[in-house]
Design a protein around this ligand. Structure first.
Ligand code: CA
Length: 271
């Protein structure tokens, strides 16, 4: 299908399940289109970054897949520009697993990362898991006045969704409102950073393994059998580093989150 045109939608596609695919490689673009269409999405595609930003601005899709290597502006820049106009869930695709650390460190606002080549089933599972994660309840600034904040169908669910506040030593986490305040100042976290903080803060004194935290990011309450791999664990480490930086929590002298060497992380018990 030519880039920029909407694909013929299948019967299953509903108005809420829309996706934009930004990918310059026609083969990969067609594969993504097939996977998402089969998953019930009405898709539109773009072959360049600028075209992708415009398509997202125009259609405000539920999900956007974004290639990192594009011919005009790169995927990070596309993601930043998308973030200014849309709260769409963004999955970035990269050809190299070892790039993921660097990618995530750039903090462009993506919700998840997927390495290429990918198995269609894996990508589909990743997208469904991403959609189960609750969204911030505050509307993005660009949202038109009067429009209600987006709500993910079926979410929130599970322990992290329990409406409560975590208050420890100058840190206040409003789990339902998805806001974080440190010493009276609100700190803006990405969805992944918030989910990790809420999981750790919801189980003070307990060590959560990196594998368990990967499943938190996937939205897996139950082990669905998807294997946790090294890039997934590294992504937890990178999110955790960004989280600590934003909270001002020094890993060498932690105030809230302790590293348990070789295992994972622990949120300190309120003293
Ligand atoms: Ca590319």
């Amino acid at each position: 299908m030519p880039a920029g045109s909407p694909s013929p939608s299948e019967a299953k596609a509903s108005p809420e399940r829309t996706a934009v695919i930004v990918e310059d490689d026609p083969d990969v673009r067609d594969l993504l289109d097939a996977v998402l269409t089969q998953a019930g999405f009405a898709t539109s595609t773009a072959a360049s970054g600028l075209e992708g930003v415009e398509l997202v601005r125009r259609t405000d899709p539920l999900v956007t897949t974004l290639d990192v290597g594009l011919p005009d502006i790169d995927g990070f820049e596309v993601c930043r520009r998308i973030r200014a106009v849309s709260d769409t869930y963004v999955v970035m695709l990269t050809a190299r697993a070892d790039e993921i650390d660097a990618l995530m460190g750039l903090d462009a606002g993506a919700d998840d990362y997927q390495t290429k080549p990918f198995r269609p089933r894996e990508l589909r599972a990743r997208i469904e898991a991403m959609l189960r994660r609750p969204r911030r309840t505050v509307p993005v600034p660009s949202e038109p006045a009067g429009q209600a904040p987006s709500v993910t169908p079926g979410a929130p669910s599970g322990a992290a969704a329990a409406a409560h506040e975590i208050v420890v030593d100058g840190l206040v986490v409003d789990v339902a409102g998805r806001t974080v305040v440190v010493e009276g100042t609100e700190v803006h976290l990405t969805r992944s950073e918030f989910d990790l903080l809420a999981a750790l803060g919801g189980a003070p004194g307990r060590v959560l393994s990196k594998d368990a935290l990967v499943r938190v990011l996937w939205g897996d309450e139950y082990d669905t059998g998807t294997r946790v791999a090294d890039p997934d664990r590294r992504s937890v480490e990178v999110h955790m580093a960004n989280l600590r930086r934003k909270l001002g929590d020094d890993p060498a002298a932690p105030r809230w989150i302790r590293t348990v060497r070789g295992v994972g992380y622990r949120f300190d018990q309120p003293s």
